[in-house]
Design a protein around this ligand. Structure first.
Ligand code: MF3
Ligand code: CO
Length: 264
């Protein structure tokens, strides 16, 4: 059985502080994103902002459940994930220069006062006018799928209602839904129970109740949902080379409905 924790109002307020820093970083990256900038430059801007805001970048040295040891070659080496075009998630920032029209998916995690925020957005470098209609449509549909999933996070609903809402938006547009990676509970750890699939599954999952905090994060593709991981052990790409987009918000279920925490 999954262990689901319900956060108090005071705890959610700390998660809101973490989430605000996540939103600020994503806005900063959107402002600075232009052809020729490298993914490492964007990562450095992000890390500087997180630390100036008294946050800690939660991805840096992340091991994915294993014991912490920053010397481990599998420890994640940056403060953000920046995944370009056919890269879905977990792209490692580096010397690569971003070109106009590319899809740039930026994922940011922040710990503030012990509490986590996790959020992601996809941008088209140079703005939507620089992208192909297919790329722009994919990015828009992924954002709409996230918002539909969030709208379904009502108390009394189940996890499966979120999954179905995301799936319906993606399927209506004919997009592939990545199945290998899913959303998650979040709180004093980045990844907590329950899992939040972006597709209907056998179980409808737990009932949503006030205080449950979730990271909802659809990853859609222009092709199939099959994924590969590159030799760097992190970067997840589409198996068929098709373009991908990723949007994520951390939300709290409240008596009045979902509250987005990763917002300014
Ligand atoms: N933000 C990702 C998620 O939503 C996790 C990033 S993996 C890391 O689950 F290694 F970069 F931390
Ligand atoms: Co996440």
């Amino acid at each position: 059985m999954p262990t689901i924790t319900r956060k108090s109002r005071a705890e959610i307020s700390k998660m809101r502080s973490a989430g605000r820093i996540v939103a600020e970083v994503l806005a900063l990256v959107e402002e600075e994103l232009q052809p020729g900038i490298t993914t490492a430059e964007l990562d450095h801007l992000a890390e500087r902002h997180i630390r100036a805001a008294k946050g800690v970048p939660s991805f840096l040295n992340y091991l994915g459940g294993r014991r912490y040891d920053a010397r481990d070659p599998h420890a994640y080496p940056a403060s953000t994930c920046i995944s370009v075009d056919n890269e879905i998630v977990h792209g490692i920032p580096g010397v690569r220069e971003i070109r106009a029209g590319q899809i740039v998916s930026v994922d940011v995690g922040v710990i503030y006062d012990g509490w986590h925020g996790d959020g992601a957005r996809s941008f088209i470098c140079g703005g939507d006018a620089a992208g192909t209609p297919e790329a722009v449509g994919l990015v828009q549909a992924t954002r709409v799928a996230l918002m539909a999933g969030i709208a379904a996070a009502m108390p009394g609903n189940r996890i499966g209602h979120i999954s179905a809402a995301v799936e319906d938006v993606a399927s209506a547009g004919g997009y592939g839904i990545v199945r290998q990676y899913v959303g998650h509970g979040i709180g004093t750890a980045m990844h907590e129970d329950p899992q939040v699939p972006n597709f209907r599954s056998r179980s409808n999952g737990i009932e949503l109740a006030p205080g449950i905090c979730l990271a909802i994060e659809p990853m859609l593709t222009l092709g199939s949902d099959a994924t590969d991981t590159l030799a760097d052990n992190w970067t997840v790409v589409t198996h068929d080379g098709s373009l991908s987009a990723h949007f994520e918000h951390t939300i709290a279920v409240t008596a009045n409905g979902p509250e987005i925490l990763t917002t300014a």
